[in-house]
Design a protein around this ligand. Sequence first.
Ligand code: PMV
Length: 353
Amino acid sequence: MKIFSQAPTNIAVIKYWGKNPKFEDYHIPTKSSLSFSVLDFYTKTYLDFKPGNGTIFLELNNKKINPNSEEFLYIKNFFEKLSTLIKEIKNYDYSIKTENNFPTAAGFASSASGVAALAVAIAKVFELSEPKIFEKYFNSEQKISSIARIGSGSAARSVPSAGGCVLWSKPKQDLTTQDLNKIFFCSDAKTLFPPNHWEDLRIFYIQLEKKEKKIKSRSGMKQSVSSCPIYSNWVDYEENILLPSIIKAIEKKDFENFAKSTIKASNGLHAIMYYTFPRIRYLTDKSEQIIELVLDINSKSTKLAYSFDAGPNPVLFTLKDYQEEILDALSSVVNKKDIFITKPGAGAFAKVI
Ligand code: PMV
C-alpha cells in the first residue's frame, strides 16, 4: 500500500538548542521553542510498505541513498529508536521516496520537514494496518509530534496540521523515569495561532551560502549544554521572559515587540554558541552585514526582524506593506535571486494514494 505525505519546514523565533543529557537520544528539550510553519518550503514523501522485518529502501531527491551513507543511517536510527517502544515498527519493510523543494542543509532548512513527513506517514501505516497500535501510539497529533521529535527535535514543530505559529513545550515535570512510554510522550508541539491569524506577516529566506554547515546542530547543542557557563540562565530567561512576551506580541499582531523579541532570541542563541567551548560560530561577515542593515532600517521605525539558526543564512520577518521597500534595501547586499519570500502556512498531512 502506498502513502503520500507532506510536511512544511519551520523557522523558530524562540530556538531549540539543547537536550536533557540523561535522555540524549530522545530529544527532550531543555526549554520550549516557538516557530512558524512555512508555506512554500516542504518535503513530499511517498511511503510504500509491506509485511517484512524493518528493511528500509531510501531515495532522496530522486537519488537512491546508499545504506552506509549518513542520510540513510539517520533514518535507520529513527526507525531503530521508534522500535525500542513500538516493536511493531519492524513488522514491515519500507520504501521511502522523499523530495525537498528547497536546498538541504546550510542552515537554510533542517531535517524538520523530512522527519515530520515520515512521522505522519508511519502513523498512517498503523492507522491502516494495526488499529490497536495506532490507538496506543499515534491517535493524536501531539503523539505524532512526539514521534517526530524522536527523529529530529525540530521536526516536532512541523507536525501539527494547522501549522501557523507552533509551540513545542518542554516537559511539564523533571523526568526521572526509565519508562519509555513517558520518555517518548513527555514533550510535543501544538498550534497556538493558525496561519491566517497574522495574514500580513512575511518571511524572507536569504541564501548567502549553499554549502553544508560545518558543525551539525546535534553535536553543537550538546557541546553548549555541557560547556556554556551561562546556559541555564539563558534557558530561564527564554522560558520565563522572552517566550511569554513574544507569544503576547504575536497574539496582538504587535510587530514592534515581535521583532524586538525575535532579534533578542537570535542574538541570545548565537551568544550561547560563542560562549560554548570550543566556540561555535555560524555567522559570517555577510550575515553580520545583514544584521547591520536590519538595525539601520529599524533605527527609524521597526520594520524587520532577523533570525539565524545553526548556519549563516538569515531569515527575516516583515509585514506585507514593507515588503517592496525591504527587497530594495536588501538588493544592495544580496542578489535578488537568493531571496525567497514566503509566509506562515499549514502543517503536515498524510493520505493513501
Ligand atoms: O534539526 P534539529 O532537531 O537538529 O534541531 C535544530 C535546531 C535549530 O534549527 C538550530 C533551532 C530550531 O529551533 O529550529
